[in-house]
Design a protein around this ligand. Structure first.
Ligand SMILES: [Zn+2]
Length: 188
């Protein structure tokens, strides 16, 4: 994934949060502006904070309210994982041409970038893991809901709304946004 797709995936997650809590997000304008949330890309070997393991897809420090913490708002992505915008499998000869030179039908698993970033964002906003499968903050990639809007019943949204002022929006408008995100989250 390139810089543009990564920025879009991050922005998409923030846009979802903006629809349920009364916070607004934007990209910093230049290096002089202080960013509350930062995303870094590392391998297990290059991670200066030494938190990545070979099984860690991403991690996020929290809570964001700890201004004295030098890791405040820091998210680290493990570039050792194959990320895509959909998390769907990609043919092995495209994923790993060195070992699969001929076109094949079998696919390699990929990781849905924005789905994992949305999970990390919840940590960044102060939510610990949920023990419930099919929620956004479930601690394992398999079993995690793709979006906070895909949960049944909603758990992450009320958890965030308990911590932050709630965004006031009509039910019908929110439904339209949810439909928009369902399409956008795999096509960006
Ligand atoms: Zn987590």
């Amino acid at each position: 994934m390139g810089h543009k797709a990564i920025t879009k995936g991050v922005t998409l997650s923030w846009n979802k949060a903006e629809k349920i809590i009364d916070l607004e997000f934007r990209e910093v304008e230049d290096d002089l502006e202080y960013a509350d949330f930062k995303v870094y890309f590392h391998t297990v070997e290059t991670d200066p904070r030494k938190q990545l393991t070979k099984n860690t897809i991403m991690y996020h420090f929290y809570p964001i309210s700890d201004f004295d913490n030098p890791n405040r708002g820091v998210c680290v992505v493990n570039v050792g994982f194959p990320f895509t915008t959909t998390g769907e499998g990609i043919p092995l000869h495209i994923f790993d041409p060195q070992h699969y030179p001929d076109p094949v039908t079998s696919t390699a698993e990929t990781i849905d970038f924005d789905a994992v970033y949305e999970h990390e964002l919840c940590h960044g906003l102060g939510l610990p893991h949920s023990p419930h499968k099919n929620t956004k903050t479930y601690g394992n990639y398999s079993g995690m809901a793709e979006s906070m809007f895909d949960e049944e019943p909603y758990e992450t949204i009320p958890r965030l709304q308990a911590k932050y002022p709630k965004e006031i929006m009509s039910e019908s408008r929110l439904k339209r946004w949810i439909n928009y995100f369902k399409i956008r989250q795999d096509k960006y």
